[in-house]
Write a protein that binds this ligand. Structure first.
Ligand SMILES: NC(=O)c1ccc[n+]([C@@H]2O[C@H](COP(=O)([O-])OP(=O)(O)OC[C@H]3O[C@@H](n4cnc5c(N)ncnc54)[C@H](OP(=O)(O)O)[C@@H]3O)[C@@H](O)[C@H]2O)c1
Length: 298
């Protein structure tokens, strides 16, 4: 029985050398993809970062105008506000290369913004590439090395590009899913709550602990056992069965004391009230009427 030869892995050019690019380039290289170029802005600082990353993954550091752009895929890992300008610069080069018939050039282009649509890459689409937005629901910061196993990647864009994205995401351990363009803003609001706003909650927690006489460092250390257990319960039991504290008991007097002490901490008080109101909406709360009166917009 004759077998079809496996489609070769697409070669990849990464644009940018920041947090996502650094992590992604290594993950792709480790999964057997060839990274051909790291594309930087034409500034000494940008090129320095690109050189460091390129050396790590065996690629060439280049700028948008000097790049060969002969990788199958261009993966833009630049800040959202830069995607359109970077795509235009790359498209100019790609179009010139194609016109000179030097080489075929890249056939696919991705960006990784969770908020913007693939149409941000319109200049590259016009230059003949199929485009997609490919957003990993994961946080990448310097000094952390998250596993990509099971990480969801939201895909949106041209079918040919999302097909390639699905394959690559699978090979680096992620789980892709298609997102309709009309849902992307809501998707990113959710994504922002999973990590950035969770951290905003945690710094508010530190602020509240300060009122109890703890330093932020001590607050973090003392809070982590219960936070970890809450997340483990949330994973295993779901939100309702993980819910404890004065609201589930309907203890309005205790909540009133919290609100009184937080009066001197306006920011923390607002967060407390907003979250307690969220508990009234989505969690099993006793003495709902009494608590609702207490928490009514203050
Ligand atoms: N970090 C995360 O947790 C995360 C998670 C999911 C998705 N994302 C998405 O990934 C993208 C990048 O985010 P990031 O956090 O990695 O940002 P970042 O750390 O600020 O890195 C951005 C990189 O892009 C470079 N750059 C900026 N403009 C450029 C241009 N015109 N041409 C070439 N390179 C350019 C920057 O270099 P210079 O400024 O030195 O030129 C820097 O190396 C964003 O779309 C973001 O939404 C990030």
């Amino acid at each position: 029985m004759s077998r079809r030869p496996a489609t070769p892995k697409p070669t990849i050019s990464i644009v940018g050398a920041g947090r996502l690019a650094t992590f992604l380039a290594a993950a792709l290289r480790d999964a057997g993809f060839t990274i051909t170029e790291i594309v930087a802005r034409d500034s000494p600082r940008s090129l320095r970062s690109a050189r460091t990353l390129a050396a790590r993954v065996g690629a060439q550091p280049v700028t948008a105008s000097s790049a060969a752009l002969d990788a199958t895929l261009l993966w833009l890992c630049v800040p959202d506000r830069e995607i359109r300008a970077a795509a235009s610069a790359l498209a100019r080069n790609l179009t010139a290369n194609r016109a000179a018939a030097k080489k075929g050039g890249s056939r696919f282009a991705f960006h990784s913004s969770g908020a913007l649509l693939s149409r941000e890459l319109a200049p590259l689409r016009k230059a003949g590439t199929a485009v997609a937005s490919v957003h990993p629901l994961m946080t990448f910061v310097a000094g952390a090395h998250p596993s990509l196993a099971g990480v969801p990647f939201a895909l949106e864009g041209d079918p040919a590009a999302t097909r390639v994205a699905r394959r690559i995401v699978g090979e680096i351990g992620g789980e892709s899913f298609l997102l309709p363009a009309s849902r992307k803003a809501a998707y990113h609001a959710w994504a922002t709550m999973t990590s950035p706003l969770l951290l905003a909650f945690l710094v508010t927690l530190e602020e509240t602990a300060r009122a109890a006489g703890l330093t932020p460092h001590d607050a973090r250390r003392k809070s982590l056992p219960i936070i970890r257990q809450t997340l483990a319960n949330y994973e295993r039991l779901g939100p309702a069965r993980s819910f404890s504290g004065p609201l589930v008991r309907g203890d309005a007097e205790t909540v009133a004391k919290h609100l009184a002490v937080l009066e001197k901490h306006a920011g923390a008080s607002k967060v407390y009230v907003a979250l307690a109101q969220a508990a009234l909406r989505g969690l099993p709360v006793k003495n709902r009427d009494g608590l609702s009166r207490l928490l009514r917009v203050r």
